[in-house]
Design a protein around this ligand. Structure first.
Ligand code: AMP
Ligand code: ZN
Length: 113
C-alpha cells in the first residue's frame, strides 16, 4: 500500500534500523523503544492487523514466530521476552500494518501499569 509507512519501510523507501530481512518479513528496531531491547517484526505483504489474518495469508505468521525465536536466541534473550501485537484503535494499534513488538531486558509485569 503506497501510503502505509510499514509497507514503505519494507520496500526500503523509508530507512529503518534493520535487524533481519528475508523475502517474507522485516525485523527492525522500534523508533521509540519501551524496553532495553525493542524491535518490530512485520510481514512484507500488507496485512492491516490480526483481524485481517485469513487462511490465505496466515503462513507468514508461523514464519514470523520462527524468526522471532531465532533472533531472540541470537540477541541472547535467554531471560525471556514479550511478543505483543496491538489490534485496532481500542487495542492500542497506531500503525495499521500488522507488526509484532518484541520487548526484553527488564521485568515485564502483567497487566501493565
Ligand atoms: P502500535 O502502537 O502497536 O501500532 O506500534 C507502532 C510502533 O511503531 C510504535 O512502537 C512506534 O514507536 C513504532 N514506529 C512508528 N514509526 C516507526 C519507524 N519509522 N521506525 C521504527 N518504528 C516506528
Ligand atoms: Zn502496509
Amino acid at each position: 500500500m503506497a501510503d502505509c509507512i510499514f509497507c514503505r519501510i519494507a520496500a526500503g523507501e523509508i530507512p529503518s534500523n534493520k535487524l533481519y530481512e528475508d523475502d517474507q518479513l522485516l525485523a527492525f528496531y522500534d523508533l521509540d523503544p519501551q524496553a532495553p531491547t525493542h524491535f518490530l517484526v512485520i510481514p512484507k505483504v500488507h496485512i492491516a492487523s490480526v483481524a485481517e489474518i485469513t487462511p490465505q495469508n496466515s503462513a507468514v505468521i508461523a514464519h514470523i514466530y520462527e524468526v522471532i525465536a531465532r533472533l531472540a536466541a541470537e540477541l541472547g534473550l535467554e531471560q525471556g521476552f514479550r511478543v505483543v501485537t496491538n489490534c485496532g484503535p481500542q487495542g492500542g494499534q497506531t500503525v495499521p500494518h500488522l507488526h509484532f513488538h518484541v520487548l526484553a531486558g527488564r521485568d515485564m509485569t502483567w497487566p501493565p501499569g
